[in-house]
Design a protein around this ligand. Structure first.
Ligand code: 5GP
Length: 147
């Protein structure tokens, strides 16, 4: 791997998989993307899709690497469904330890959700939009336009 993470950031287990130093059950690879089975699947077919570009979190990923992942995600999802017989699934992407990220190399989980409940469990606590919603949206929009 010629590319390195940002200064001071250690290689991850996925760096070693990308470099061929650790094995994986590979399901897809192209110039920019690798996909392989998760070692501790939440359900059969649980697959990880990673960019080869070394970035810890999604916001640090280049547009090009992000597009390369996005281009193949639906195709890999279809293949996971066909191979497992699942018809429903979650795509999960964690950023930061509080957000359940354990491996600090961007990755997307494709997790079949089975009738017996196996798959991703979500404790989704709904809030309500506050009076500051318009201002918040405008602030985010401005940041996007500046980036
Ligand atoms: P995170 O919580 O960071 O979003 O998810 C990291 C995922 O990487 C976990 O689901 C974990 O099971 C998976 N994982 C960690 N180490 C390895 C490994 O060495 N090989 C594979 N195939 N998956 C791994």
């Amino acid at each position: 791997m010629g590319l390195r993470y940002a200064d001071g950031m250690a290689d991850t287990i996925f760096t070693k998989i990308l470099a061929g130093e650790l094995p994986c059950h590979r399901v897809y690879e192209d110039e920019d993307v690798l996909a392989f089975l998760d070692i501790n699947p939440l359900s059969p077919g649980h697959t990880l899709v990673i960019p080869k570009e070394p970035a810890e979190t999604l916001d640090q990923l280049s547009d090009e690497a992000s597009a390369a992942v996005g281009r193949v995600l639906p195709r890999i999802a279809r293949a996971v469904l066909q191979a497992t017989g699942a018809t429903q699934y979650n795509v999960l992407q964690n950023n930061g330890p509080r957000a359940h990220q354990a491996v600090f190399h961007v990755h997307f989980h494709i997790i079949p959700k089975l009738e017996d409940g196996r798959g991703l469990g979500i404790d989704w606590q709904l809030g309500t939009l506050g009076d500051d919603a318009a201002e918040l949206a405008a602030t985010i929009a401005k940041q996007i336009s500046l980036s």
